[in-house]
Design a binder for this molecule. Structure first.
Ligand code: CA
Length: 322
Protein backbone atom coordinates (compact mmCIF):
# COMPACT_ATOMS: atom_id res chain seq x y z
CA UNK A 1 0.00 0.00 0.00
CA UNK A 2 1.30 3.41 -0.88
CA UNK A 3 0.36 6.62 0.83
CA UNK A 4 0.82 9.07 -1.99
CA UNK A 5 3.97 11.04 -1.27
CA UNK A 6 7.28 11.33 -3.08
CA UNK A 7 10.73 10.70 -1.47
CA UNK A 8 12.18 14.06 -2.51
CA UNK A 9 14.89 14.14 0.17
CA UNK A 10 16.24 10.70 -0.71
CA UNK A 11 16.22 11.58 -4.39
CA UNK A 12 18.07 14.84 -3.74
CA UNK A 13 20.66 13.27 -1.45
CA UNK A 14 21.36 10.43 -3.84
CA UNK A 15 21.50 12.05 -7.21
CA UNK A 16 22.27 15.73 -6.93
CA UNK A 17 25.60 17.43 -6.07
CA UNK A 18 25.41 20.24 -3.45
CA UNK A 19 25.01 23.31 -5.73
CA UNK A 20 22.48 21.64 -7.98
CA UNK A 21 20.74 20.37 -4.87
CA UNK A 22 20.30 23.94 -3.63
CA UNK A 23 18.94 25.17 -6.97
CA UNK A 24 16.67 22.16 -7.26
CA UNK A 25 15.38 22.61 -3.70
CA UNK A 26 14.62 26.26 -4.47
CA UNK A 27 12.70 25.27 -7.60
CA UNK A 28 10.88 22.49 -5.73
CA UNK A 29 9.89 24.91 -2.96
CA UNK A 30 8.45 27.26 -5.57
CA UNK A 31 6.54 24.37 -7.10
CA UNK A 32 5.27 23.27 -3.70
CA UNK A 33 4.02 26.78 -2.97
CA UNK A 34 2.27 26.68 -6.32
CA UNK A 35 0.78 23.29 -5.47
CA UNK A 36 -0.42 24.57 -2.09
CA UNK A 37 -2.17 27.48 -3.75
CA UNK A 38 -3.74 25.05 -6.23
CA UNK A 39 -4.90 22.73 -3.41
CA UNK A 40 -7.21 25.46 -2.14
CA UNK A 41 -9.76 24.71 -4.87
CA UNK A 42 -10.98 21.61 -2.99
CA UNK A 43 -12.41 20.22 -6.25
CA UNK A 44 -11.47 16.62 -5.35
CA UNK A 45 -11.75 16.98 -1.58
CA UNK A 46 -13.92 13.99 -0.79
CA UNK A 47 -15.16 13.41 2.74
CA UNK A 48 -13.72 9.88 2.80
CA UNK A 49 -10.26 8.78 1.56
CA UNK A 50 -9.95 7.48 -2.00
CA UNK A 51 -8.36 4.05 -2.44
CA UNK A 52 -7.12 3.13 -5.94
CA UNK A 53 -7.05 -0.60 -6.71
CA UNK A 54 -5.10 -2.08 -9.64
CA UNK A 55 -5.96 -4.88 -12.04
CA UNK A 56 -4.33 -8.13 -13.18
CA UNK A 57 -0.52 -7.92 -13.33
CA UNK A 58 -0.90 -4.60 -11.54
CA UNK A 59 0.98 -2.83 -8.75
CA UNK A 60 0.86 0.39 -6.75
CA UNK A 61 3.95 1.89 -8.36
CA UNK A 62 6.67 0.15 -10.38
CA UNK A 63 10.15 1.71 -10.15
CA UNK A 64 8.47 4.98 -9.23
CA UNK A 65 5.88 4.88 -12.05
CA UNK A 66 2.24 4.84 -10.92
CA UNK A 67 -0.05 2.08 -12.23
CA UNK A 68 -2.71 4.84 -12.25
CA UNK A 69 -0.34 7.09 -14.17
CA UNK A 70 -0.39 10.65 -12.80
CA UNK A 71 -3.77 10.04 -11.17
CA UNK A 72 -2.95 9.94 -7.41
CA UNK A 73 -1.24 13.34 -7.61
CA UNK A 74 -4.04 14.80 -9.76
CA UNK A 75 -6.55 13.78 -7.09
CA UNK A 76 -4.52 14.76 -4.04
CA UNK A 77 -3.49 18.20 -5.33
CA UNK A 78 -7.08 19.40 -5.01
CA UNK A 79 -7.75 17.99 -1.59
CA UNK A 80 -8.41 14.23 -1.77
CA UNK A 81 -6.61 11.90 0.61
CA UNK A 82 -5.41 9.18 -1.76
CA UNK A 83 -4.10 5.71 -1.02
CA UNK A 84 -2.90 3.20 -3.61
CA UNK A 85 -3.55 -0.40 -2.62
CA UNK A 86 -1.28 -3.25 -3.61
CA UNK A 87 -2.92 -6.65 -3.78
CA UNK A 88 -1.68 -9.83 -5.49
CA UNK A 89 -0.89 -9.07 -9.12
CA UNK A 90 -2.41 -12.42 -10.08
CA UNK A 91 -4.79 -14.26 -7.80
CA UNK A 92 -8.48 -14.95 -7.30
CA UNK A 93 -10.92 -12.12 -6.64
CA UNK A 94 -11.55 -13.45 -3.14
CA UNK A 95 -7.84 -13.55 -2.20
CA UNK A 96 -7.30 -10.06 -3.58
CA UNK A 97 -10.49 -8.87 -1.88
CA UNK A 98 -9.37 -10.11 1.55
CA UNK A 99 -6.00 -8.38 1.08
CA UNK A 100 -7.77 -5.16 0.14
CA UNK A 101 -10.14 -5.41 3.11
CA UNK A 102 -7.15 -5.57 5.47
CA UNK A 103 -5.61 -2.51 3.77
CA UNK A 104 -8.90 -0.61 3.98
CA UNK A 105 -8.97 -1.24 7.74
CA UNK A 106 -5.38 0.04 7.98
CA UNK A 107 -6.30 3.19 6.05
CA UNK A 108 -9.23 3.79 8.36
CA UNK A 109 -6.94 3.38 11.38
CA UNK A 110 -4.38 5.80 9.90
CA UNK A 111 -6.88 8.47 8.86
CA UNK A 112 -9.62 8.03 11.43
CA UNK A 113 -12.10 7.85 8.55
CA UNK A 114 -15.20 5.70 9.02
CA UNK A 115 -15.43 4.68 5.33
CA UNK A 116 -13.46 4.79 2.06
CA UNK A 117 -14.21 5.46 -1.60
CA UNK A 118 -12.93 2.53 -3.69
CA UNK A 119 -11.89 3.22 -7.30
CA UNK A 120 -10.53 0.38 -9.40
CA UNK A 121 -9.39 -0.77 -12.81
CA UNK A 122 -9.96 -4.11 -14.58
CA UNK A 123 -9.77 -7.05 -12.09
CA UNK A 124 -9.93 -4.35 -9.42
CA UNK A 125 -13.67 -4.14 -10.26
CA UNK A 126 -14.67 -7.47 -8.74
CA UNK A 127 -12.01 -6.96 -6.06
CA UNK A 128 -13.65 -3.80 -4.69
CA UNK A 129 -17.11 -5.30 -5.16
CA UNK A 130 -15.96 -8.13 -2.86
CA UNK A 131 -15.04 -5.65 -0.12
CA UNK A 132 -18.29 -3.71 -0.58
CA UNK A 133 -20.17 -7.02 -0.43
CA UNK A 134 -18.63 -8.37 2.77
CA UNK A 135 -18.15 -5.03 4.56
CA UNK A 136 -20.59 -2.46 3.14
CA UNK A 137 -20.36 -0.44 6.35
CA UNK A 138 -16.74 0.41 5.48
CA UNK A 139 -17.42 1.53 1.91
CA UNK A 140 -18.91 4.85 0.80
CA UNK A 141 -18.66 4.18 -2.92
CA UNK A 142 -17.43 1.73 -5.56
CA UNK A 143 -16.22 3.01 -8.93
CA UNK A 144 -15.26 0.37 -11.50
CA UNK A 145 -13.27 1.46 -14.58
CA UNK A 146 -12.97 -1.06 -17.41
CA UNK A 147 -14.01 -3.61 -14.79
CA UNK A 148 -14.19 -7.32 -15.55
CA UNK A 149 -17.60 -7.57 -13.94
CA UNK A 150 -19.08 -10.22 -16.22
CA UNK A 151 -15.86 -11.89 -17.34
CA UNK A 152 -13.52 -11.40 -20.28
CA UNK A 153 -13.57 -13.28 -23.57
CA UNK A 154 -9.77 -13.11 -23.54
CA UNK A 155 -9.68 -14.96 -20.19
CA UNK A 156 -12.11 -17.57 -21.58
CA UNK A 157 -9.83 -18.24 -24.54
CA UNK A 158 -6.69 -18.40 -22.39
CA UNK A 159 -8.43 -20.79 -19.96
CA UNK A 160 -9.55 -22.94 -22.86
CA UNK A 161 -6.00 -23.01 -24.21
CA UNK A 162 -4.60 -24.17 -20.86
CA UNK A 163 -7.09 -26.69 -19.42
CA UNK A 164 -6.93 -27.36 -15.67
CA UNK A 165 -4.77 -30.27 -14.55
CA UNK A 166 -2.57 -30.40 -17.67
CA UNK A 167 1.16 -29.93 -18.18
CA UNK A 168 0.48 -26.79 -20.21
CA UNK A 169 -1.35 -25.30 -17.22
CA UNK A 170 1.71 -25.89 -15.03
CA UNK A 171 4.01 -24.34 -17.64
CA UNK A 172 1.77 -21.30 -18.16
CA UNK A 173 1.33 -20.88 -14.42
CA UNK A 174 5.10 -20.92 -13.88
CA UNK A 175 5.73 -18.49 -16.75
CA UNK A 176 3.08 -16.12 -15.38
CA UNK A 177 4.53 -16.42 -11.87
CA UNK A 178 7.96 -15.46 -13.22
CA UNK A 179 6.39 -12.41 -14.86
CA UNK A 180 4.64 -11.49 -11.62
CA UNK A 181 7.94 -11.93 -9.73
CA UNK A 182 9.42 -9.25 -11.99
CA UNK A 183 6.49 -6.94 -11.27
CA UNK A 184 6.89 -7.55 -7.55
CA UNK A 185 10.61 -6.89 -7.68
CA UNK A 186 9.95 -3.42 -9.03
CA UNK A 187 6.94 -2.69 -6.84
CA UNK A 188 7.84 -4.21 -3.48
CA UNK A 189 4.98 -6.71 -3.52
CA UNK A 190 7.10 -9.84 -3.11
CA UNK A 191 5.33 -11.04 0.03
CA UNK A 192 1.96 -11.37 -1.73
CA UNK A 193 0.83 -14.86 -2.82
CA UNK A 194 0.43 -15.31 -6.57
CA UNK A 195 -1.71 -17.84 -8.44
CA UNK A 196 -2.15 -16.80 -12.09
CA UNK A 197 -4.57 -19.59 -12.99
CA UNK A 198 -6.78 -18.61 -10.05
CA UNK A 199 -6.86 -15.08 -11.51
CA UNK A 200 -7.77 -16.51 -14.91
CA UNK A 201 -10.58 -18.54 -13.35
CA UNK A 202 -11.96 -15.42 -11.66
CA UNK A 203 -11.78 -13.41 -14.87
CA UNK A 204 -13.46 -16.03 -17.07
CA UNK A 205 -17.16 -15.75 -17.87
CA UNK A 206 -17.95 -18.89 -15.82
CA UNK A 207 -15.89 -17.69 -12.84
CA UNK A 208 -17.51 -14.26 -12.99
CA UNK A 209 -21.01 -15.76 -13.09
CA UNK A 210 -20.23 -17.76 -9.98
CA UNK A 211 -18.84 -14.66 -8.23
CA UNK A 212 -21.83 -12.57 -9.34
CA UNK A 213 -24.28 -15.06 -7.85
CA UNK A 214 -22.65 -14.37 -4.47
CA UNK A 215 -22.01 -10.64 -5.07
CA UNK A 216 -24.82 -9.34 -7.32
CA UNK A 217 -24.82 -5.79 -5.90
CA UNK A 218 -25.42 -3.07 -8.54
CA UNK A 219 -24.96 -5.35 -11.56
CA UNK A 220 -27.38 -4.54 -14.39
CA UNK A 221 -29.33 -7.42 -15.90
CA UNK A 222 -28.50 -6.27 -19.41
CA UNK A 223 -26.10 -3.71 -20.74
CA UNK A 224 -27.42 -0.57 -19.07
CA UNK A 225 -26.95 0.83 -15.62
CA UNK A 226 -27.48 -1.10 -12.39
CA UNK A 227 -28.75 0.18 -9.06
CA UNK A 228 -26.73 3.15 -7.85
CA UNK A 229 -27.32 2.59 -4.13
CA UNK A 230 -27.10 -0.88 -2.52
CA UNK A 231 -26.68 -1.49 1.23
CA UNK A 232 -25.65 2.14 1.65
CA UNK A 233 -22.87 1.91 -0.99
CA UNK A 234 -22.98 3.99 -4.21
CA UNK A 235 -21.87 2.20 -7.38
CA UNK A 236 -20.48 3.73 -10.60
CA UNK A 237 -18.62 2.62 -13.71
CA UNK A 238 -17.13 3.86 -16.96
CA UNK A 239 -15.40 2.12 -19.82
CA UNK A 240 -13.31 2.46 -22.95
CA UNK A 241 -14.47 1.33 -26.37
CA UNK A 242 -11.60 2.40 -28.64
CA UNK A 243 -8.59 0.24 -29.51
CA UNK A 244 -5.90 2.20 -31.31
CA UNK A 245 -5.71 5.65 -29.76
CA UNK A 246 -2.08 6.74 -30.02
CA UNK A 247 0.42 5.56 -32.63
CA UNK A 248 3.30 6.14 -30.20
CA UNK A 249 1.92 3.60 -27.70
CA UNK A 250 3.37 0.12 -28.32
CA UNK A 251 0.53 -1.53 -26.37
CA UNK A 252 -2.15 -0.42 -28.85
CA UNK A 253 -1.30 -3.14 -31.37
CA UNK A 254 -1.68 -5.99 -28.86
CA UNK A 255 -4.96 -4.59 -27.52
CA UNK A 256 -6.20 -4.15 -31.09
CA UNK A 257 -5.48 -7.80 -31.90
CA UNK A 258 -7.14 -9.08 -28.71
CA UNK A 259 -10.20 -6.95 -29.41
CA UNK A 260 -10.96 -9.09 -32.48
CA UNK A 261 -12.26 -11.96 -30.31
CA UNK A 262 -15.15 -9.94 -28.87
CA UNK A 263 -17.59 -9.17 -31.67
CA UNK A 264 -18.96 -6.27 -29.61
CA UNK A 265 -17.74 -2.94 -28.25
CA UNK A 266 -14.70 -3.46 -26.02
CA UNK A 267 -11.44 -1.93 -24.81
CA UNK A 268 -9.15 -4.78 -25.95
CA UNK A 269 -9.60 -6.89 -22.81
CA UNK A 270 -13.10 -6.20 -21.48
CA UNK A 271 -16.37 -5.77 -23.34
CA UNK A 272 -18.31 -2.58 -22.72
CA UNK A 273 -21.24 -4.59 -21.32
CA UNK A 274 -19.04 -6.56 -18.92
CA UNK A 275 -17.78 -3.32 -17.43
CA UNK A 276 -21.24 -2.01 -16.46
CA UNK A 277 -21.87 -1.48 -12.74
CA UNK A 278 -24.22 0.84 -10.87
CA UNK A 279 -24.65 4.18 -12.62
CA UNK A 280 -22.73 3.90 -15.89
CA UNK A 281 -21.07 7.25 -16.50
CA UNK A 282 -20.09 6.68 -20.12
CA UNK A 283 -17.98 4.97 -22.78
CA UNK A 284 -14.88 6.84 -23.92
CA UNK A 285 -12.31 6.79 -26.71
CA UNK A 286 -9.92 4.75 -24.57
CA UNK A 287 -8.46 1.27 -24.65
CA UNK A 288 -7.83 -0.86 -21.56
CA UNK A 289 -4.52 0.84 -20.71
CA UNK A 290 -5.72 4.35 -21.58
CA UNK A 291 -8.23 3.88 -18.76
CA UNK A 292 -5.33 4.25 -16.32
CA UNK A 293 -3.54 6.82 -18.49
CA UNK A 294 -0.97 4.31 -19.73
CA UNK A 295 1.48 3.78 -21.19
CA UNK A 296 2.92 6.89 -19.45
CA UNK A 297 0.19 9.24 -20.62
CA UNK A 298 0.03 8.03 -24.23
CA UNK A 299 -3.69 8.14 -25.05
CA UNK A 300 -6.02 9.83 -27.54
CA UNK A 301 -4.91 13.42 -27.20
CA UNK A 302 -8.02 14.67 -29.02
CA UNK A 303 -10.45 13.04 -26.61
CA UNK A 304 -11.16 13.50 -22.91
CA UNK A 305 -8.11 13.15 -20.66
CA UNK A 306 -8.42 9.94 -18.58
CA UNK A 307 -7.10 11.87 -15.56
CA UNK A 308 -9.95 14.37 -15.90
CA UNK A 309 -12.48 11.55 -15.52
CA UNK A 310 -10.96 10.54 -12.17
CA UNK A 311 -11.02 14.16 -11.00
CA UNK A 312 -14.63 14.55 -12.09
CA UNK A 313 -15.55 11.38 -10.23
CA UNK A 314 -13.87 12.62 -7.06
CA UNK A 315 -15.85 15.84 -7.41
CA UNK A 316 -19.06 13.85 -7.98
CA UNK A 317 -18.38 11.88 -4.77
CA UNK A 318 -17.62 15.10 -2.90
CA UNK A 319 -20.92 16.66 -4.02
CA UNK A 320 -22.72 13.52 -2.81
CA UNK A 321 -21.14 14.05 0.62
CA UNK A 322 -18.94 10.96 0.25
CA1 CA B 1 -2.45 4.14 -24.29
Amino acid sequence: MTVFSFPWRLLLRTFLPPLHRFVFALAATTLLFGASAHADSGYTKTRYPIVLVHGLFGFDSFLGVDYFYGIPSALSQDGARVFVAQVSAANSTEVRGEQLLAQVKNIMAITGASKVNLISHSHGGPTIRYVAGVAPQLVASVTSIGGVNKGSRVADILRGAVPAGTLSETLVNNAAKAFVALINLGSGGTSLPQMPTAALNSLSTAGSLDFNRRFPQALPTGCGSGAELVNGVRYFSWAGTQLVTNILDISDGALGIMSLVFGEANDGLVSACSSRLGTHLGDYRQNHLDEVNQVVGLRDWFSVDPVTLYRQQANRLKLLGL
